[in-house]
Ligand binder design. Structure first.
Ligand SMILES: [Zn+2]
Length: 287
């Protein structure tokens, strides 16, 4: 089975200059990486070489940031252009009056899930507004992936460029996870510095998953590593946060963690394959 990268941003102008716009420079400083646009053909070739399937994430935080979205249609077009190499998650600005309707329509675009970013979208994931989004995700049988923890966007700036990281505390997702047990919720980046909340939630609720994207894995907190290797190996997911990190480097670094073989296979491939319904399809989504 191919490795599945749960967390891929598009290195295209629509994301870098459009959706991130004024927040890109702070993230580049935080990750100490200059990010430039590159053709999707390049990225597809890189993933093919690594026998990896990438989950492409759309981005719509227009109401809060004023930046144009990286549209669901763009992501849908890419997964059609590179079948078996990429699958896609849509993004819906929760403040839009038609947000719930847009969530319900994501499967029509061939998208498998919904990406949320409470910090960039400026909403509280424990609010009634958020519950309407999760209810729509349940109706559409979508997996939800949400940014949790601190953010490189806004980092090192006065007021963090107006971005609130408290909205990305994992525990704020507990209401949705309890209310919609049929919705798998992926807590991206393990929620640092609130990773203990993420671990407690995953232990308590089997529909909670954790992706390890956005990290040099050697710096993962010891509590996270211990549960990855042990009792939560069925709920952890490999992820990179491309283009902030190189997938080849991170695959190599993952190997140095020396996880038990069974846990490594689940985290690299098995858990996400099951979660996204990619069994027996070589990466093609079943509908
Ligand atoms: Zn991300």
């Amino acid at each position: 089975m191919p490795t599945i990268d749960m967390h891929v941003h598009l290195p295209v102008p629509e994301w870098l200059e459009g959706a991130l716009g004024p927040y890109l420079a702070s993230a580049e400083r935080y990750f100490r990486k200059r990010v430039t646009a590159r053709p999707m053909e390049d990225l597809a070739a890189e993933y093919e070489k690594l026998d990896m399937v990438g989950v492409l994430l759309a981005w719509d935080a227009e109401t809060f940031t004023g930046c144009p979205p990286l549209s669901n249609e763009l992501v849908a077009g890419l997964i059609k252009r590179f079948p078996g190499r990429f699958v896609g998650f849509g993004s819906v600005d929760p403040h839009r009056p038609d947000a719930a309707l847009r969530v319900r329509r994501l499967p029509d675009l061939g998208l498998l899930g919904l990406k949320l970013h409470p910090t960039m979208q400026g909403f509280d994931p424990s609010s009634d507004l958020a519950m309407r989004i999760f209810e729509a995700a349940a109706d559409a049988r979508l997996t939800v992936i949400t940014h949790t923890g601190t953010s490189g966007l806004g980092a090192g700036c006065p007021g963090g460029q107006g971005l609130r990281i408290d909205l990305a505390r994992p525990i704020l997702l507990d209401r949705a996870a309890a209310t919609f047990p049929e919705v798998p919720i992926v807590l991206a980046h393990a929620g640092w510095p609130w990773h203990l909340e993420a671990l407690a939630m995953a232990l308590h609720k089997s529909n909670i998953y954790i992706d390890i994207s956005g990290w040099r894995y050697r710096y993962l907190p010891p509590e996270v590593l211990r549960d990855m290797k042990g009792r939560l190996s069925g709920q952890f997911l490999f992820g990179t946060d491309v283009p902030m990190f190189s997938p080849a480097d991170l695959l190599e670094e993952f190997a140095t963690l020396e996880l038990p073989g069974e846990a490594a296979a689940k985290i690299l491939s098995g858990n996400a394959t099951r979660l996204l319904g990619l069994e027996g399809s070589g990466g093609h989504a079943k509908h």
